[in-house]
Design a protein around this ligand. Structure first.
Ligand code: UDX
Ligand code: ADP
Length: 457
């Protein structure tokens, strides 16, 4: 088959690389309108940082994996087309701040309608509101092109930072299709692709709507766990209970389980917030305000956790951080990725800049230009000059030198192994550490002289 994937982002790139690696008999082309991104996929410095991804790409690229900006050419040749474009939260008009913005999806559907030929299978990879497949179907049908088609939903469950192992060994692959002989046939064709490396019993087929809704539901449940433990973290700080101990105690209950109970400065990433807002919007749309409010509380809790972190820091630093140097260790939304979308670090830094602190930011994988783009409102003052209170550091020890406080915002492993004695010696005293990810050995740091504040402990 000729497989085409529209969108060479964090989902499309790694997923197609894995399909190409495991299915050398198929030709896989990933296309994107962003020329820089495609150039990076064709270079030695991939646009997406994921442990193990370089090896997968370098084995398949040029063999049966191609990255190109020729969107139409690739669609015209394709038997199967994955849609893997971004679906950000709408920022304007009806549903602003909640609904998913489907303009990129619609543009893809129209492009496919214009140039596709023969018998094609269109696969929704992007996370979409329930019943989007219906819109895609209507656009494809309405254009009267020279092709017949089936629309499948095949949401991606990989988490960033572990994309390669998640793709290699998924808990399940979900395929939603129309419940007709043609729909079943299309679902089987896609299932055969995954079956090259995924055991058949892990490939689940459902109707299209269940598949679309399952993705939103999975993310909502995961985010809810983080917000639940974060809610308890506030209570722990008020009562001298320790949230890590509470998490361990409840996690041993097999009905609850140990995963996704790590209290933190808040969840980030491109999915959780967007998908829950999307779910909230759908519930409101279908006249279910109580259900909408229930899920919205997960977001409210997450916002509270981020602002609570800053308030605690400011209060501890004698109620003012104005003119003080604060070292920010980690800017990505989690470790092992260069992605900063919805990273709690963005909100924490903005609040600190609002308080006139000088933030010195170190992250091993995030580029300076990305940090400035994320903090744009603050990065530019009236003259369009970069905000002098944002300093990007190449060296983690320089970031901490003469700082009043260090804040850990991403759980990069290397932060645990830093020479903390050296950091202590070069900081202003009292030396404060705010561990937003609870990764440091607090008692050991206290022995050195640090004042350590974690989350919920
Ligand atoms: C998530 C889902 O896990 C994945 O299945 C889906 O396809 C896309 O959305 P991702 O956003 O890449 O993946 O990362 P994830 O590992 O889920 O973490 C999301 C956020 O929650 C991160 O900011 C992470 O630091 C935070 N988190 C996670 C916690 O604060 N505590 C935890 O216990 C787990
Ligand atoms: P995700 O995390 O879902 O993969 P990204 O934003 O990383 O999201 O990737 C989505 C990609 O889709 C972007 O690189 C964007 O340029 C691309 N894209 C959006 N619309 C189109 C389109 N109509 N044709 C081709 N590429 C598109």
């Amino acid at each position: 088959m000729n497989i085409c994937c529209i969108g060479a982002g964090y989902v499309g790139g790694p997923t197609m690389a894995m399909i190409a690696l495991k299915c050398p008999e198929h030709r896989v082309t990933v296309v994107d309108i962003n020329e820089k991104r495609i150039a990076a996929w064709n270079s030695n410095e991939l646009p997406v940082y994921e442990p193990g991804l370089d090896e997968v790409v370098s084995e398949a690229r040029g063999r049966n994996l191609f990255f190109s900006t020729d969107v139409n050419g690739s669609i015209a040749e394709a038997d199967m087309i994955f849609i893997s474009v971004n679906t950000p939260t709408k920022s304007y008009g009806v549903g602003a701040g909640r609904a998913a913005d489907l303009k990129f999806i619609e543009r893809c559907a129209r492009q496919i309608a214009e140039v596709a030929k023969g018998n094609i299978i269109v696969v929704e990879k992007s996370t979409l509101p329930v019943r989007t497949a219906e819109s895609i179907r209507r656009i494809l049908e309405g254009c009267g092109g020279e092709f017949t088609f089936q629309v499948l939903s095949n949401p991606e469950f990989l988490a960033e930072g572990t994309a390669v192992p998640d793709l290699l060994n998924p808990d399940r692959v979900l395929i939603g299709g129309e419940q007709t002989p043609e729909g079943d046939e299309a679902a089987k064709t896609l299932a055969d692709v995954y079956a090259k490396w995924v055991p058949r019993e892990r490939i689940l087929t459902t109707n299209v709507w269940s598949s679309e809704l399952s993705k939103l539901t999975a993310n909502a449940f995961l985010a809810q766990r983080v917000s639940s433990i974060n809610a308890i973290s506030a209570l722990c700080e008020a009562t001298e209970a320790n949230v890590d101990e509470v998490a361990r105690a409840i996690g041993t209950d097999s009905r609850i389980g140990p995963k996704f109970l790590k209290s933190s400065v808040g969840f980030g990433g491109s999915c959780f917030q967007k998908d829950i807002l999307n779910l909230v919007y759908l519930c409101e749309h279908f006249g279910l305000p109580e259900v909408a409010a229930y899920w919205e509380q997960v977001i409210i809790m997450n916002d509270y956790q981020k602002s609570r972190f800053v308030r605690r820091l400011v209060r501890t630093l004698f109620n003012t951080v104005s003119g003080k140097k604060i070292a920010i260790l980690g800017f990505a939304f989690k470790k092992d990725t260069n992605d900063t979308r919805e990273s709690p670090a963005i909100y924490v830094c903005r609040d600190l800049l609002e308080e006139q602190a000088e933030v010195h930011i170190f992250d091993p994988k995030v580029k300076a230009s990305q940090v400035f783009a994320d903090l744009q409102q603050d990065a530019l003052n009236g003259n369009g000059e970069p905000n002098p209170n944002i300093i990007i550091e190449e060296d983690v020890y320089a970031a901490c030198e003469n700082a009043h406080a260090v804040a850990i915002l991403t759980e990069w492993d290397r932060f645990r192994d830093l020479d903390w004695q050296r950091i202590y010696d070069n900081m202003l005293k009292p030396a404060f550490v705010f561990d937003g990810r609870n990764i440091l050995d607090a008692p050991a740091l206290r022995k050195m002289g640090f004042e350590v504040y974690g989350i919920g402990r």
